[in-house]
Design a protein around this ligand. Sequence first.
Ligand code: RIB
Length: 292
Amino acid sequence: MGSANVDLVLPVQRIPRPGETVLASGLTRGPGGKGANQAVAAARAGASTAFVASLGDDDGGALLRAALDESGVDLSLVSSSAKPTGTAIITVDAEGENSITVAPSANAELKLSAEALQAVSEAKIVLSQLEIPFDTVQAAAEASSYFILNAAPAAELSDELLGHVDLLVVNETEAEAVGGPEMASLLRRVPAAVVTLGADGAVILSRDAAEIRIPGVSVEVVDTTAAGDTFCGVLAASLAASSTTSPVTGGDLTNAVRRANVAASLSVQTAGAIPSVPHGDVIDARLAEVYL
Ligand code: RIB
């Protein structure tokens, strides 16, 4: 469940400072949005995936529907809004780092229909982020049997929401917004968390087990856009494929984080959001090289 945006990508030498103008070397338009990227990542990694989202009845909506459909994502729970499809302006610098501004538009209209609520309550795993209304995230969290929250963009979150989160996925900035400067403090608020560390891999925190560090995978970075989304979608797909998901601890979670980490390292080697999301066979071939 989550946002879907048309990404307008501007490659620049460096991201402008406040008040500064820089010239881009081009402009591309492609499908993205944290929710859509995660849904595509889950589907391409092999999970049976339905997407709950709100799209405009416009060109952008058509672009996203085509990209999601092509990846095998079930679109029957996607609603049409009178507002335009969400748009993201993404500047990507010479090192592949980005800066993103989102106009939520149709994403801000997303509510759970009776049909979507039913699907959410029946799903093995529900994955959401925070580019849609908090009330909708809260309703899905309450209805889910296993709820993964990717707390992006960074936000202060209520105990009411976090009380329904089974697994939190955050980067270091988001971890600080939720739990404060000590990573381990996240466990005061959620039973388990994965903190992504970019090129340095990820850390798994769980109330039931010792901290586990998954090392990073060294690659040439072209564009980091959607690396975190690829991580989350592949993590959810890998957990859905494991025999037990509640609670997800020990080996299942470790293996899922390894696979997600490798998938994210593949995504940063290609420009764009959805175009950069790898398929399961490519992930698994690389996984065998990296970890076995
Ligand atoms: O995480 C990357 C995504 O953030 C982009 O695709 C953009 O649309 C924003 O949602």
